[in-house]
Ligand binder design. Structure first.
Ligand code: 4AD
Ligand code: MG
Length: 478
């Protein structure tokens, strides 16, 4: 086996463009970079200026390719956007005003040319988002999607950092389940039965005991119920993974497969879990401001002039806390022509209500608490008024609901009443009921829609641009 010596390690070391742009590499130092051509310019004096990106940061690095290079005519002259290269050279102070450093190349190796450059789907012009979704396997080559994905990654890392520091233990809740964690809503079925030849039993029903898991199984809508089981022994836990909802919601805020982080904590009540959610959001927006300045600058310039000031406001001002009942009063008092649906107590807030409250009335994120029990899931704790439950929805300008959570019903008799009223079977939820039978504790949790968080952090308009390969009704390509 080849020995890894310091010398051959250094020869093979690939420098990230981020390190060069951030000034971590000294002038005169020899480096090797690997990446893709964003642009090529030629000068009259036999030099090509190549703009190379490698995904490590927003900016590209300017590579100077002179006519002394052995493949100058045969290869460098025919490079186009999208070609992949390795460049070895020295860092020098740039004479241009746009960048601090250039890479003066001594050797350029081309890994792959772009065949038929005139047909390259990601040519350096402005493409519509609709078009880019049709080439989702190539769209990460654009500045735009690259910037979204780096911010998405920072948010992902910082969620783990925040919860870990706060004493939460990450658990992997299952993707395949037999229970509907929300007690309602359409789920995607998981089955290995032959759809083309399904055998039915005497009652003309499908015999799911013959199916792979021996009973009806689905993709999970939420890891919450499993998280509750672990919170009732490990104290504070969270899951972070995909959730699946087979609702036909073709909107700019819904995905059929979306990502959700779900913290669940024993011994915390509604107010305490609300406090956790607010601290977590502030930490996340602050991290984006601190760690992704380059990408945010791009969104500020090209997408949303208010994105940076809005994020700063999220970090430095407190969110408004307001009771559902109060929200209904506010909405009733304002001009009813503003809304298509007239609000009454007991109704779910519609998107237009949510937007009015966050964008016009409070002009801030708001946390709506204690909703009527009829519009909330069976597991939420009944309040003393017998009408409302200990729920919380965090609503944000532009995206609406970003977080949904609650204190959970920890009293077996109350839980049983809610199961029966909502038409759910005690037998199916028997393991969940066990948590109330054996040393029950007050506990609370919430679910944060991760892809919606990406919308809030970038100012992008559509959730389909927040995730690498969006899954929506009639679309699961790539
Ligand atoms: O409010 P939801 O349905 O709550 C739950 O699933 C709870 N079990 C969470 C918990 O308490 N552990 O969903 C939580 C969040 C929503 O606020 C929203 O941000 C996001 O998940 N979400 C979606 N995001 C994108 N596409 C969809 N179809 C979404 N459905 C919910
Ligand atoms: Mg909700």
């Amino acid at each position: 086996m080849a020995q890894i010596t310091k010398k051959n390690y250094l020869c093979n070391k690939i420098t990230m463009i981020k390190e060069i742009i951030e000034g971590k590499i000294k002038k005169g130092e020899n480096v090797q970079i690997k990446g893709w051509v964003r642009n090529k310019r030629s000068s009259k004096i036999g030099i090509y200026f190549l703009s190379i990106y490698d995904g490590s940061c927003f900016n590209s690095l300017q590579v100077i390719a002179g006519n002394k290079l052995k493949n100058y005519k045969s290869e460098i002259s025919i490079l186009t956007t999208g070609c992949s290269v390795k460049v070895v050279g020295t860092i020098q102070k740039s004479l241009g005003s746009k960048q601090k450093f250039d890479l003066f190349s001594e050797d350029i190796k081309v890994f792959g040319f772009v065949k038929n450059p005139e047909k390259y789907p990601i040519s350096p012009k402005n493409h519509s988002f609709e078009y880019l979704r049709k080439v989702s396997h190539l769209r990460s080559r654009t500045n735009f999607i690259g910037a979204v994905m780096r911010i998405r990654n920072t948010l992902f890392q910082e969620i783990h950092n925040f919860l870990c520091k706060d004493g939460y233990i990450w658990i992997s809740s299952p993707i395949i389940t037999t229970l509907n964690a929300e007690g309602a809503g359409k789920m995607f079925r998981v089955s290995t039965l032959n759809l083309l030849n399904i055998t039915k039993n005497d009652y003309k029903k499908i015999n799911f005991s013959k199916d792979f898991f021996g009973q009806e199984s689905f993709l999970t809508v939420s890891g919450q119920l499993n998280n509750e089981s672990y919170a009732c022994s490990l104290g504070k836990v969270y899951s972070f993974g995909p959730a699946f909802r087979a609702e036909n919601s073709n909107t700019s805020r819904h995905l059929s497969e979306f990502w959700m982080v779900e913290p669940e904590a024993a011994f915390l009540n509604l107010e305490e879990i609300i406090h956790t959610s607010e601290r977590m959001l502030k930490h996340l927006f602050n991290s984006v401001l601190e760690k992704r300045e380059d990408d945010l600058k791009f969104f500020y310039e090209k997408v949303d002039k208010k994105i940076i000031s809005r994020l700063e406001k999220f970090v430095y001002s407190n969110f408004v806390h307001v009771e559902y009942t109060e929200v209904v009063k506010i909405l009733k008092r304002c001009d009813q022509n503003l809304f298509n649906t007239k609000i009454t107590w007991g109704m779910e807030l519609s998107v237009e209500h949510e937007r009015y409250l966050t964008e016009n009335y409070f002009m801030s994120p708001i946390i709506v608490k204690n909703h009527p029990k009829e519009i909330k899931a069976f597991y939420m704790r009944l309040n003393e008024d017998n009408k409302t439950v200990a729920s919380m929805d965090v609503l944000f300008p532009k995206v609406g609901e970003l977080i949904g959570g609650s204190q959970r019903e920890e009293r077996l008799n109350e839980l049983d009443k809610r199961l029966s009223i909502t038409g759910l079977s005690k037998k199916e939820y028997s393991w969940y009921r066990d948590l109330r039978k054996y040393g029950t504790v007050p506990h609370s949790g919430f679910g944060l829609g991760f892809d919606r968080l990406v919308i809030c952090s970038t100012g992008i308009k559509n959730i389909r641009e927040s995730i690498p390969f969006p899954r929506t009704p009639s679309n699961a390509k790539f």
